[in-house]
Design a protein around this ligand. Structure first.
Ligand code: PBE
Length: 297
């Protein structure tokens, strides 16, 4: 029996965060759990509803050496604050990380090897729609189905948006990639103010993609309402027809659990981009290369 949620889409609330870090290789090498012990075997996470959070919790189950570790959930901003502080003091930290994200531009970071492949391989970002959208809004459905771009396009908007904002950065990208955008809308009739609800996530990667698709739909005559919500809410709202479409979900791994729960009532139009990656991330200065090297409690 699916639990129902208030049908109104709500934005993510950010919560406070505790610091987390883990031992350097010295601790791992000579079995001295000193640093990990001080830091209470904790991984710095992000929002509770993120798919990467669900995967990190699965990692605590799958990796014996992590069975007594904890994942501190918080917010992406909180995680970035802890990362900044660890880096400036060259302290160890283990965090749930993903690309594309500008943290890899700002700092020398690396993914820990994931021998049990809990975080999956390189993934795809999918376009999804509520059931019935193709019949109700054929023009929007065709544009959404044609939407396709590269990680570099998304990353470029994410970086530009740090100087301006996502609307300006998306508009600049569209202006510089008109041929690509025209390939999405070629032969599609314009509409006159038809309302469409686009759902997305509050992470910069999705602020980039949703800003682009919103502007392209608006240029084609649609009245777009864009709402950023937690992945679990988005999948449920799509399955209940409370939102028309999204270009946000990362699959098959990151939000695979939500697709499993709601996918049979959602129209999955397939990938619009490929090459995203999630995992546990540490600063390059930490002499540790695999999840299996994290000290058990
Ligand atoms: N992320 C970024 C999200 C999706 C996009 C990896 C933090 C997640 O659900 O984990």
């Amino acid at each position: 029996m699916k639990k129902t949620i208030p049908l109104k889409l709500v934005a993510l609330a950010s919560v406070s965060l505790l610091v987390a870090a883990c031992g350097t290789d010295d601790a791992a090498d000579n079995g001295d759990a000193g640093i990990s012990e001080q830091l209470e075997y904790t991984i710095t996470g992000i929002e509770p509803g993120a798919g990467i959070t669900e995967r990190a919790e699965a990692a605590l189950e799958e990796y014996e050496n992590l069975s007594d570790w904890e994942l501190e959930t918080s917010s992406t901003a909180g995680m970035m604050g802890q990362l900044e502080s660890a880096i400036s003091n060259e302290e160890p930290i283990v965090l749930t990380g993903w690309t594309p994200h500008y943290k890899f531009e700002l700092y020398d970071l690396k993914f820990l090897e994931d021998p049990q492949n809990v975080f999956g391989d390189a993934e795809f970002v999918h376009t999804m729609a509520r059931e019935g959208l193709e019949a109700d809004m054929p023009e929007a459905y065709t544009i959404l189905d044609n939407f396709s771009w590269e990680v570099d396009d998304m990353q470029g908007i994410m970086l530009d948006a740090q100087e301006t904002d996502f609307d300006v950065a998306a508009a600049d990208w569209i202006e510089g990639n008109q041929e690509t955008v025209d390939s999405w809308t070629e032969g599609v009739d314009e509409v006159d103010g038809q309302a469409i609800e686009i759902g997305s996530f509050p992470w910069d990667s999705e602020r980039a993609s949703s800003a682009v698709i919103t502007q392209v739909l608006q240029e084609h005559g649609f009245e777009v309402t864009l709402t950023n919500v937690d992945p679990s809410i988005l999948f449920q709202a799509l399955s209940q027809g409370e939102v028309d479409a999204t270009v946000a979900p990362w699959l098959p791994t990151t939000q695979g659990a939500y697709l499993e729960e709601y996918g049979d009532q959602i129209d999955d139009l397939g990938p619009n981009m490929e090459g995203t990656v999630i995992g546990l991330v540490v600063p390059e200065y930490m002499d540790i290369d695999s999840i299996e090297e994290l000290e058990p409690k």
